[in-house]
Structure formats: C-alpha cells, structure tokens
Ligand binder design. Structure first.
Ligand code: NAD
Length: 503
C-alpha cells in the first residue's frame, strides 16, 4: 500500500525534487564537449503533478549543424585515432562514472517521465549494463580473411560510418540512449543523439558525464522537437547513418527523408504484441508475464503484451486472476519506492489512452479500471487505472492499434492454428509471448509467430547480448547484440595482389 498523501504533500515532495534536479545541470544541448545554448528552450513537465520541471535548450538547424560538425572533427581527430581497445576502456570509464550517479539519474528520469523511482533506477542500471556490454565487445571486432589462390590476399575490414544520427522516444530515455550510444561508439562512430522533447533530461546529463572521458565531439546531444531538430538531423547530408526509435508513422517519414541522401536507417518502431496462453499454461507465470508486459511503465512499452490470447478452457480462470493482479498495482507517487504504477508521461498520452478506453467501452466489455484514480494526491497527475477488456475480438480497434497505456485486451481462441493466426493478424511484429509448459508448443509457436522477439513464460528481462527489434511494420534492423554493432559498421573488401614471389 502506498502512503496516503494530500495534493499539497505530493506537490511539496515534487517541487523539492525539481530543485534537486535543477541543481544537477542547466540542461543545455551538449555539443563539442560543451553545454551549449541556442537562445530557445522547451519546457519539460512532471506528469505526476502536471508542473514544469525545468527549461531545456531546444536545437534549431544551426545547432544540429554544429553538432554534426563537432562529430566530424572528433572523428577525423582524437576520437577517430582511438583503437578498439581504447574505445572499450573509455566506455567502461563512462559506465563507471554513470554508476556513481545512478540515484541522480533515476530521479531525473522519474520527474521527467513519471516512472516509479524503483523502475527508473533499474533502467539506469540496464543502461550502464548495456554500455559495459559494448565496452567488452569494442575490442573484439574483426573482419574476415577470404581464401582464394596463393596470388591474392583477400580480406574485409569493418569500418565506422563517421557521424551517426540517433533519435529516441520518451518512454525509456536513459536505457534507449545507451542502446544507441553503446554500439555506435564501440564501432568508432561519433554520435549526434536527439532525445524526445518530453523527456530530454537524462540524455543530456549522461552526455555531460562523458566530459573528459571521450574526446570532445564524440558524443553530442541535441534536444528539441521532432519537427525541427529531428527533421534537421534526418535531412543532414553530414549524417552517414540513422538509427531511429519511435512510432511507425514517424519512422516511415525518417526513412523517406533518409532516401534523399541514401542514408541507411535502422528503425525500432511500434507494436501490438500478443501473448498466447495455451490450455496447459502455468497460470501464475502467465498472469505475471502478461501483467508485467502491459502494466510495467504504465504500458508505455513498445513490446507491450497488449493482446492476451487465451485458450477457451482457461479463459475464465485466467481472466479472474488477471483482473485481481491488475487491481493489486500500487498506483501512487512515482517518488515513493513502493509505487508500482505511475502516471502516463504526458497530457497528450493521457488523452490518447482515455480515448481508446472509451472506444473499448463501446466495442468490448470493461472488466476493471477504465478511470482516473481519485485521491491520494493523484488528482493533478496523468494517471489511468490498470484497465482490462474482455470479449475482445481481433478486428476491434483496441486489438489492432497501439494504445501505449495500461490497457489489456483478452481474446479467446480454440485451436493452435487459430492462436497463431490471430497472433500474426497485425501489421506489427515486434514481440510475442507464449505461456505453456509443453516443449513442443514452445518451439512450434516460437517458429510460427511472425515477430522479432519471443518471450516464453515471462516478460523480459531484456539482455544487451541479444538482438532486439521487430518484423513487419515494427522496424528494420536491430538494437542490441552483435547485430547492432554491425549496423554501425561498413564492410570493405581489400584485394591484395601478391603475384608470385621473385627476388
Ligand atoms: P514518436 O515517433 O512520436 O517520436 C520519436 C522521436 O522522433 C522523438 O524524439 C521525436 O521528437 C522524433 N520525431 C518526431 N517527428 C520527427 C520527424 N519528422 N523527423 C525526425 N524525428 C522526429 O514516438 P514517441 O511518441 O516518442 O514514442 C512512442 C513510440 O515509440 C511508440 O510507437 C513505441 O512503440 C515506439 N518505441 C519503439 C521501441 C522499439 O524498440 N521498437 C522502443 C521504444 C518506443
């Protein structure tokens, strides 16, 4: 149970947190190793009390130019001169420095996004772990030697692109930034990263904490809106590779823009991921997995299990247990350690989610939630109760469109074929889950599901060692794993004519 709070207590604790946040940094753009002003700012707001946290520098086209130039200067200078072992050492040093600021970064994340502080801390740790993984990989990079005749020495070199542009959304700001920075830097690129205007604080702060670790210009952060800063980055002729995480609609725009300059893109986009509960499933495991997969981060998760496909033999028991679990979430002040469900990150997101809840009420049966929790100081925050709809069919809008909130849809199936057909009947293909104790079902379903990730009897945990990314409209290419490192390198074949030895 969360401690009961009055609205005044809630405001007091958040205003005090905002003062601590403002004491850490001025939240300017980070360009060429310096905090940089542009003359314009954007406000970032705390969604738990709907109040401004601070002003952050907004980057226009000129600032993006300066960041890309700084990247090239670093790449053609001190940063480009580092060897892979040195890059690994610097990534470890940065990770160590971030670790000593874990609590501070978690606080920034919580006031910026509304994430419960315990989750924010876990995600900062996940970001550090990701950087350490790429620190280890940095020195283990090689090309191939291709066997030919004795008169030819043929080999490949893996080379960085130079300056890469990276755009991230607002839902996992620190972790998402580490997914971009880690492999790009390990491969030897200089980075220009644009965080979301709604949650820019931690990306700026981790860049500041890279000062004197990396050469100036190796890491640049350009906060701002998508329409101005994001578009300036995707259109920039000096950016040789783009990696974008966000919605499918904007990802498509980024890909169109990148076509003008023949810039390769990696896209990590939206999802409408199913979790199939087979009749033999251990329901405790299945309920836990599906609940974490839709209520973690208040459902603002790209690989959310937002469609629970449940076999007709177990749907009643699953539904009862799932509703009970949904009602057990501790909705409260995200600064409190015991809170397990915070507010949505913005008013826009609140409006979108509540609109879908209304659509769901007209299409299906509301089993629990659906409202804004009252009292306990939550009145001014963008809170939505964990919401569950039953009697859902896969053609309904709540089953087809990405809601990005704590809204579950429960869909019944009768046969294995029907389960797979419903699971794959979506434009997306980011993730899927399977609840079963049968090995044959695990492997058949894992093969038959058309998605880039399959979780069996759990949700996550996401490991940096494994490639992460979607099929179909959920994206192109991967973050994480060795595959992400490959996305940030180009292969060059070198033909060395040896002729015949003669002296
Ligand atoms: P969004 O697409 O609105 O914005 C993502 C980023 O793109 C932001 O930084 C935004 O400022 C920028 N942007 C917006 N318009 C742009 C333009 N014209 N040119 C260049 N950049 C532009 O997404 P969002 O609302 O911030 O995030 C939610 C979405 O992200 C969801 O669809 C979610 O599924 C997806 N997501 C995917 C993954 C994944 O790994 N597949 C992870 C997290 C989030």
């Amino acid at each position: 149970m969360a401690a009961r709070k009055s609205i005044e207590q809630m405001h007091e604790s958040h205003w005090e947190a905002h003062e601590r946040v403002e004491a850490t940094s001025e939240f300017r753009a980070w360009i060429a190793g310096e905090a940089t002003e542009t003359g314009s700012t954007i406000e970032t707001r705390d969604p738990a009390i709907d109040y401004p946290v601070t002003e952050v520098t907004a980057c226009d086209e000129g600032a993006v130019d300066a960041a890309v130039d700084a990247g090239w200067e670093a790449y053609e200078g001190a940063w480009g001169a580092t060897d892979p072992a040195e890059r690994g050492r610097l990534l470890f040093e940065w990770a160590d420095r971030l670790r000593s600021h874990t609590d501070e970064l978690a606080l920034l994340e919580t006031v910026d996004t509304g994430k419960p502080i315990a989750h924010a801390r876990g995600e900062v740790e996940g970001a550090i772990d990701t950087l350490e993984y790429y620190a280890s990989l940095a020195r283990d990079q090689s090309g191939d030697q291709i066997q030919t005749g004795d008169d030819l020495h043929l080999y490949t070199r893996e080379e960085p692109y130079g300056v890469v542009g990276q755009i991230v959304p607002w839902n996992f700001p620190t972790w998402g930034a580490a997914w971009k920075f880690g492999p790009a830097l390990a491969a030897g690129n200089a980075c220009v990263l644009k965080p979301s205007a709604q949650s820019p604080l931690t990306a700026i702060r981790i860049a500041e904490l890279s000062a004197e670790v990396f050469p100036d210009g190796a890491i640049n952060v350009v906060p701002g809106t998508g329409a101005e800063t994001g578009a300036a980055l995707t259109d920039h002729a000096g950016v040789r590779k783009l990696s974008f995480t966000g919605s499918t609609t904007v990802g498509s725009t980024v890909m169109h823009d990148a076509a003008d300059t023949i810039t390769p893109v990696t896209l990590e986009l939206g999802g409408k991921s199913p979790f199939i509960v087979f009749p033999d499933a251990d329901l405790e495991k299945a309920v836990d997995a599906v609940a974490s997969g839709i209520f973690y981060a208040t459902g603002e998760i790209c690989d959310a299990f937002s469609r629970a496909l449940v076999h007709e033999d177990v749907i009643d028991e699953f539904t009862d247990r799932f509703v009970e679990t949904a009602e057990s979430y501790v909705i409260g002040d995200p600064l409190d350690e015991e809170t397990t469900l915070g507010p949505l990150t913005s008013r826009d997101q609140y409006e979108k989610v509540t609109e879908y809840i209304e659509i769901g009420k007209a299409e299906a049966t509301l089993l629990t939630g659906g409202g804004r929790p009252a009292g306990d100081g939550l009145e001014n925050g963008w809170y939505v109760e964990p919401t569950v709809f039953g009697d859902v069919t896969n053609d309904m809008r709540i089953a087809r469109e990405e809601i990005f909130g704590p809204v579950q849809t429960i869909i019944e199936f009768a046969t294995y074929e029907e389960a797979i057909e419903i699971a794959n009947d979506t434009e997306y293909g980011l993730a899927a889950g399977i609840g079963t104790e049968r090995t044959d079902l695990v492997h058949h379903a894992a093969a038959d599901i058309d998605a880039g990730l399959v979780y069996v009897n759990e949700y996550g945990p996401i490991r940096p060692e494994a490639p992460y990314g979607g099929f179909k409209d959920s994206g192109i290419g991967k973050d994480l794993g060795r595959e992400a490192l490959d996305h940030y390198r180009r292969t060059k074949s070198v033909y060395v004519n040896l002729g015949s030895p003669s002296l």
